[in-house]
Ligand binder design. Sequence first.
Ligand code: PMP
Length: 408
Amino acid sequence: MGTASRPNPLAFLDEELAALRERHLYRPLRVMSSAQGPIVSLDGRRVISLSSNDYLGLTHHPRMKRAALEAVQQFGAGSGAVRTIAGTMTLHEELEADLAAFKHTEAVLTFQSGFTANTGVIPTITGETDLIVSDELNHASIIDGMRLSKAPRKVFKHADVEALREVLREATTKGRDGEGAPYRLILVVTDGVFSMDGDIAPLPGIVAAAEEFGAAVMIDDAHASGVLGEDGRGTVNHFGLDGRVAIQVGTLSKAVGVLGGYVAGSQALRDILIQRARPFLFSTSHPPAVAAACREAIRIMQEEPELHERLWANTRRFKAELARLGFNIGTSETPITPVLLGDSELTIRFSNRLFDEGVFGTSVVFPTVALDRARIRTIVTAAHTEELLDRALGAFDTVGRELGVISG
Ligand code: PMP
């Protein structure tokens, strides 16, 4: 029988795709044929990129490339195994020691990504007798980590410390059986910087509430790693809360410029993760070049403070100019600046027109954000020059007027 007459059991995928296209929610991938950086070649065009998480420009920093190349020469291209079997290299151990010193914590364990750090740590340390309390806008990897845990969970209103206290008060009063049996652990989890709106978690209030009710705090610092705090140590350091947050998850994939995630905390936390965390136990470790480049990034962040200064100077300038042009840029306090347009179709059209004008600003639409909160999400980096930012702002001005988003 020919294949033509056989029914396709995956035919429903075509229908789903057609539905997405009809609702203007289908997003094709743009293909980059250059290195990451402030100017990239996308779909064959040279454009100014406002879409990477390469906050410090480290993806293409000469010292990073050198560190990676030297590691390949000395240790080869791959680690060859899961770390518990035969893949722990001196480079992995050294990176973790460097990160622990940088984060002012006892110990660090690295994971293949920030995503797997969250899906590894949450189910490892929580079970049926625990409670997870999560901000409603926490990242997908925290949500997936909670789904993998047997612990019940409660969600509190975004960044609302009073709402969190209410959840904690009820949890500690009623307990896990409704009659006051205490939870073994109550784990409060929050992003440090929320990646869609760029706002910072109200960590001092969260930590105070957790301490009052005997809960532990876990922070996912993906967008704060390398961005907030002294030399980019993160949200905990930014707020002067060193030592008061039990678990800090960070990423090595954004400002650090390479790939990976890590969990920073106590030695016992690291030791139990090595025994139990499933992405650690069942997935191969970073290639030598990744570990070596991440180590170099931690050094660069401390030895080249001008990168951090330029990131923040660019951030202030870009936000001020977008606001002056009349755009709604929300309440971001970080280099993430959403340009809020509301409607998905308008947002995709805006992004496409920006691209025609030589600027790559990604559209973010439902389901990543609420249906009426579509936006162009921009991130400026330390690698953008003033001239590039001016050109990008010129494109926003042109397209904003053309599509009636700003007047003039
Ligand atoms: N947490 C948050 C808050 C993030 O924004 C991201 C990346 N989008 C991750 C975790 C995952 O990090 P990684 O890219 O290293 O997997």
